[in-house]
Ligand binder design. Structure first.
Ligand SMILES: O=P(O)(O)OC[C@H]1O[C@H](OP(=O)(O)OP(=O)(O)O)[C@H](O)[C@@H]1O
Ligand SMILES: O=C(O)c1cc(=O)[nH]c(=O)[nH]1
Ligand SMILES: [Mg+2]
Length: 193
């Protein structure tokens, strides 16, 4: 899939939102990729994750024993990518703000691929990698559908992105006037109670 084809799937699903958004990193942006609006369509999710699986296979970073994804956003693409790679998928979820593998056993030394939906700063990916390494996992790579960072995000392991979509982000104390005048909304699940 080309970058344009990937972004067109997001556009067709009405998943590219404009406004004033508080991202999970605390940064602000005028664009938010509401991936849930893509993942509600199994055919779109299948096309995207099949293409991601092909890119992962071509990367030579595998083989992998398991995919592990950070909830919530990573869960559906993690499962669907695992289906195309023929391996099992697990997820980490927040407990007292920290990602934990609450429902699964991950044998020490397992070769793990982390699958994310969207990467902005790499913070959530890094938290996932660290949580899995503390269990003795051999985390070999992180794959995502869209990298918003322009290749600068660092999750602590090699990264494979199906498409790059560089979008400006801003410090909340240094907002451009067009954002400062709009009420800010936070669509993601970090910090929800
Ligand atoms: O690279 P980062 O700066 O960490 O940003 C990307 C993360 O933000 C979103 O998660 P969020 O915590 O908003 O919650 P969600 O997974 O429930 O959507 C998204 O699913 C990624 O996990
Ligand atoms: O950085 C984020 O929190 C983020 C950005 C984005 O476009 N989509 C998303 O789900 N999270
Ligand atoms: Mg997430």
């Amino acid at each position: 899939m080309t970058r344009d084809e990937v972004l067109q799937e997001f556009r067709d699903a009405g998943a590219i939102l404009e406004g004033h958004f508080i991202l999970t990193s605390g940064l602000r942006s005028s664009v938010f990729l509401q991936k849930a609006r893509v993942f509600m369509y199994p055919d779109k999710t299948e096309r995207l994750c099949k293409a991601l699986a092909a890119k992962i296979e071509a990367s030579g970073l595998g083989p992998f024993d398991f995919i592990v994804s950070p909830a919530l956003g990573g869960l559906i693409p993690g499962y669907e990518t695992a289906r195309h790679l023929g391996i099992p998928a697990m997820w980490v979820e927040r407990e007292n703000a920290e990602f934990r593998l609450r429902r699964f056993e991950l044998p020490a030394g397992s070769r793990v691929l982390v699958v994310e939906d969207i990467v902005t700063t790499g913070l959530s990916g890094r938290e996932t990698v660290t949580a899995l390494q503390s269990l003795g996992a051999d985390v070999r790579a992180l794959a995502c559908l869209i990298d918003r960072s322009g290749g600068t995000a660092d999750a602590g392991v090699p990264m494979i992105a199906l498409a790059e979509y560089k979008v400006p982000t801003y410090d909340p104390n240094d907002l451009p006037p067009e954002l400062a005048g709009l009420p800010a909304v936070k669509p993601g699940s970090r910090g929800l109670s």
